[in-house]
Design a protein around this ligand. Structure first.
Ligand code: PHE
Ligand code: ZN
Ligand code: ZN
Ligand code: ZN
Length: 295
């Protein structure tokens, strides 16, 4: 699997910051900064050879958008989906939440294009709207897919907050082995969890499980029985001293002190964490999508 260039990921964050700055300071659902963000992502994907769709929906009297990007080729009946929400709260520009996940998966998609990857699975990327208002974009997408189309999606990987300044290294607890999974996820979720853990093991970083309770866009997928996984560097939760021993950073302080605040800017990013989590996205995509199925 490739090493995703951190500088490229950060360049996307700079673009999202500048979009927020020139649109009233945020990229929230129904605000002009959201559509500008969606158009930025779509433009980069179109130029890289993806087949893209801007899917619109209405929520709370405003139009929201999902950007869906398909990489041509692969088994159309065996789809790996990778997603991140692109909207911010109204309070700020949302650079860690969730410019970070959006940029990490965008740069992974662009790397797929640079390498002209020919995966065995079909690859589909998604940037969701209105997550902050209750997973509205991902819910709309899953609900409006025909059952036959939904059945083709064999796995969904979600990245929401992967550059927290006081970072943790969390993997969704798909098998409930850490007892924080709210019960095991759909069949296949445990394997996705292991694949993501394998990346961190390969770079000598220990991970811990985190809630698999539907608090981000994988929720609508697991509620339909689709296997899901993902990583997370922490939000408003407080880093324990055991976690600070494991990962460095400051015990007794939130993983992201600027969570849902105006200070969630390009300064609110831990480069080391963002770099590793972006590489984890690529590791999982390459490992899962290029695996030769058993005959
Ligand atoms: N979905 C939350 C938000 O956007 C953040 C979060 C992600 C919380 C993953 C828990 C797990 O605000
Ligand atoms: Zn989020
Ligand atoms: Zn949020
Ligand atoms: Zn687990």
């Amino acid at each position: 699997p490739p090493d995703i260039p951190l500088a490229n990921v950060k360049a996307h964050l700079t673009q999202l910051q500048s979009i927020a700055t020139s649109n009233g300071g945020n990229r929230a659902h129904g605000r002009p900064g959201y559509l500008a963000s969606a158009n930025y992502v779509k433009g980069r994907l179109d130029a890289a050879g993806f087949t893209t769709t801007l899917q619109s929906f209405t929520y709370s009297g405003a139009t929201g958008y999902n950007v869906i990007a398909d990489w041509p080729g692969g088994d159309p009946n065996d789809i790996l989906m990778v997603g991140a929400h692109l909207d911010s709260v109204t309070a700020g520009p949302g650079i860690n939440d969730n410019g970070s996940g959006s940029a990490a998966i965008l740069e992974t998609a662009l790397e797929v294009s640079r390498q002209a990857l020919q995966p065995t699975k079909h690859l589909r990327f998604a940037w969701w709207g209105a997550e902050e208002l209750g997973l509205r974009g991902s819910q709309f997408y899953v609900t409006n897919l025909a059952a036959t189309e939904r059945a083709k999606i064999k796995a969904y990987l979600n990245f929401d907050m992967v550059g927290s300044p006081n970072a943790g290294y969390f993997v969704y607890d798909g098998d409930d082995s850490d007892g924080v999974g709210s019960g095991p996820g759909p069949a296949g979720s445990a394997a996705l969890e292991r694949t993501l853990q394998d990346y961190f093991t390969s770079v000598g970083v220990q991970t811990r499980g985190t809630d698999f309770d539907g608090r981000s866009d994988y929720g609508p997928f697991i509620s339909r029985g689709i296997a899901a996984g993902g990583t997370f560097t922490g939000a408003e939760g407080i880093k324990s001293s055991a976690q600070a021993q494991l990962w460095g950073g400051t015990a007794g302080q939130a993983f992201d002190v600027c969570y849902h605040r105006a200070c969630d800017t390009t300064s609110n990013i831990n480069d080391t964490a963002l770099n590793r989590h972006a590489d984890a996205v690529a590791y999982a995509v390459w490992t899962i999508a290029t695996a030769v199925p058993p005959v």
